[in-house]
Design a protein around this ligand. Structure first.
Ligand code: FUB
Ligand code: ZN
Length: 637
């Protein structure tokens, strides 16, 4: 598998030139990353790295189970370093670099002589390290710090943090594993597996890959580590607050899992690591487990926005087709991590259906987590509101903030992949890159106004004539795509959703790709009881919603869209710097008789109305009001 597989072209080698992602990137570089540092400081998170003595009182009180979210503050620091380092890869910034250096000073000082590095435990309960992997996030924190260290090293060449983290990884490898004298533990919150695979890819040190594989394969084995660990602490495993090991996907070994269960972010990080390992180890059984889980998620558990995990109490999955709209949890982190997983599945098999989900997550469930101005966030991403939802400037659990900033700062890494004789283009929206294909360097410039328009131009400039396949993703939502090379229409082979053009490419060659993107109605599977009789609107990769700001008057829940109404596209320069809205003649329902009657034998009065929808990711950036993705459908005129 490995020799034949594609590698993503790193975001650092792909310049975003198109308006849509350029705007988001600039906001993240200028506003989001600096403001997140301020918030980390105000929240006491940066101070906690200094291991103040005596430790100050907790900022986040322990809950009824004795747990405080402060145990994973290190992860927020790691994620911010990662996001900030991605920003530095676009543009060096001495101010940000000195802030990272100050954090590195603290982390290096906080590290124990044996390499252990966790500011919660070193600062507050050093005697208890590695006693509660199930709840206390030690390995999760290590993973995020390691990802931050790798990103910072890649952006700047500075390796102080990377060296510290490698020492920590050595310590972890000496503590956990299948060998004699090792603890057979694994993380209660998956994440370090992804970081270890990145470290392996950076250094080529096979021990890192083996450790990641150990963590994945040990998960869920009997005797159950979290049970043994609870007993060793003197806790009753039966009184586990989550009540089931499904919560952290350790109920059975991962290769036997066919249904996605439990906490959504944990599940997505685990599945991403499984896909990475399947690729690195050429492991067909692991790949097949990934495929079963993928089928389960995408056919029965995913919101139309690519949100995941409807329920608040486990921040995760429930049952097939249980996708409540107003109460949707759909954590931003889960959609970000779904994009990670889809990207990795795409590199197991170049199949456009993976890229379709990746794109849906990027443009909808993940992007909705970041406000327009770049300093407000959504943790949950409901698909309906009565106006009670507000973006917040920070959260007691700020995990989503840095997940969305690291995603946007590295978004260009999702566009291209290459292998020996092929170049695949997954996403469109304006990029430039020089890619090595075989022994040739090929410059690619894709220009388009995607996602607003499906007219795409790709200039292919090899340094010398080169034979290779250019593979252009034809999104699953497209009907009637056309391709032309140097003005001549061509009918390329469609291989798993990629239009494949095989030819000798010469400097100056230009491919024109036309992806029609009319507005369309979407219907949910009838088992999704919440969406019965409802319709959603999609145009291209964007899912739309109706928001009160554009549909003033009664709550948008009183709108109904006739099945036969034509949907018009209207470009609005006055909204969010330019956005394609959708409009239609619709109906407004009003009480049929007396206003105050809760129930009535008279059917509702139906008034003519106009409906305006805008992309879901933009909602809640104006005055608060009602919002709905799944609109009632009027089947009678
Ligand atoms: O537990 C760490 C992070 O906090 C999780 O990934 C999020 O779901 C939030 O609970
Ligand atoms: Zn989150």
């Amino acid at each position: 598998m490995k020799g034949r597989s594609y590698s993503p072209v790193s975001f650092a080698d792909v310049k975003i030139t198109g308006a849509f992602w350029r705007e988001r990137l600039e906001v993240v570089l200028k506003r989001t990353i600096p403001s997140q540092h301020v918030k980390l400081s105000e929240a006491g998170i940066l101070e906690s790295l200094k291991l103040p003595r005596p430790p100050p009182p907790l900022r986040i009180p322990r809950n009824a189970h004795g747990f405080t979210m402060q145990v994973f503050w290190d992860s927020d620091v790691g994620k911010w370093i990662e996001a900030a380092s991605y920003a530095l890869s676009h543009r060096r910034d001495p101010g940000i670099e000195s802030k990272i250096e100050a954090i590195v000073d603290d982390l290096v000082r906080a590290q124990s002589p044996d390499g252990y590095l966790n500011c919660w435990y070193n600062g507050r309960e050093p005697e208890n390290r590695w006693t509660n992997l199930r709840d206390n996030h030690e390995l999760y924190n290590a993973g995020h710090l390691l990802e931050g260290a790798i990103a910072y090293f890649r952006a700047t060449g500075r390796r102080r943090l990377l060296d510290a983290m490698e020492r920590y990884v050595d310590h972890i490898a000496a503590t956990f594993g299948p060998g004699p004298g090792h603890k057979r533990g694994y993380p209660g919150h998956q994440e370090i597996e992804l970081a270890l695979i990145k470290l392996y890819r950076l250094t080529g040190d096979r021990r890192r890959l083996d450790l990641a594989a150990y963590f994945i394969d040990e998960r869920g084995r009997q005797p159950h580590y979290f049970t043994e660990e609870a007993l060793a602490r003197g806790d009753d495993p039966a009184s586990y607050w989550a009540s089931t090991y499904e919560y952290n996907q350790s109920h059975i070994p991962v290769r036997e899992q066919t249904k996605m269960v439990g906490h959504a972010v944990r599940a997505m990080y685990m599945a991403s690591a499984m896909a990475d390992l399947a690729a690195e180890l050429d492991d067909a059984a692991l790949k097949s487990a990934c495929e079963s889980l993928w089928r389960d998620v995408t056919t029965a558990q995913m919101y139309v926005t690519a949100g995941l995990g409807p329920k608040e109490t486990n921040e995760g999955f429930t049952e097939p087709y249980d996708l409540p709209n107003e109460m949707a949890y759909a954590e931003t982190c889960a959609s970000v991590a779904l994009a990670f997983w889809a990207h990795r599945m795409l590199h197991l098999d170049l199949d456009a259906s993976y890229a379709d989900v990746m794109e849906r997550a990027l443009y909808n469930g993940a992007l909705s987590g970041l406000s327009r101005e770049g300093a407000h966030y959504f943790y949950s991403n409901p698909l309906e509101s009565r106006g009670q939802h507000r973006r917040w400037a920070w959260h007691v659990c700020p995990c989503c903030t840095m997940n969305v900033s690291r995603l946007v700062a590295s978004a260009s890494g999702y566009f291209l992949s290459a292998r020996e004789d092929r170049l695949a283009v997954h996403l469109y929206g304006g990029i430039e890159a020089t890619v090595s294909i075989g022994d040739r360097k090929v410059r690619i410039r894709e220009t388009s106004d995607y996602p607003w328009s499906g007219d795409i131009r790709i200039a292919v400039d090899p340094e010398r004539p080169a034979i290779f396949d250019l593979k252009l993703r034809i999104p699953g939502w497209v009907k009637g795509a056309t391709v032309a090379v140097n003005g001549e229409p061509v009918a390329p082979d469609l291989v798993r959703g990629y239009a494949t053009i095989h030819r000798i490419w010469n400097a100056g060659d230009v491919v024109a790709l036309h992806l029609p993107m009319p507005a369309e109605r979407l219907y949910a599977h009838p088992n999704v009881r919440m969406d019965v009789g409802r319709v959603a609107l999609r145009r291209g990769p964007l899912i739309y919603c109706v928001e009160e700001a554009d549909n003033p008057g009664d709550p948008v829940q009183t709108l109904a869209l006739p099945r036969s109404a034509s949907i018009e596209e209207k470009w609005r320069d006055d909204l969010f710097g330019g956005v394609m809205t959708l409009t239609a003649s619709a109906k407004r329902l009003a009480p049929g008789d007396r206003e105050e009657a809760l129930y009535s034998t008279t059917p509702p009065a139906i008034r003519e109305a106009q409906l305006t929808a805008l992309p879901y990711h933009l909602w809640a950036n104006r005055e608060p009001g009602s919002m709905q993705v799944w609109i009632a459908e009027a089947t009678r005129e």
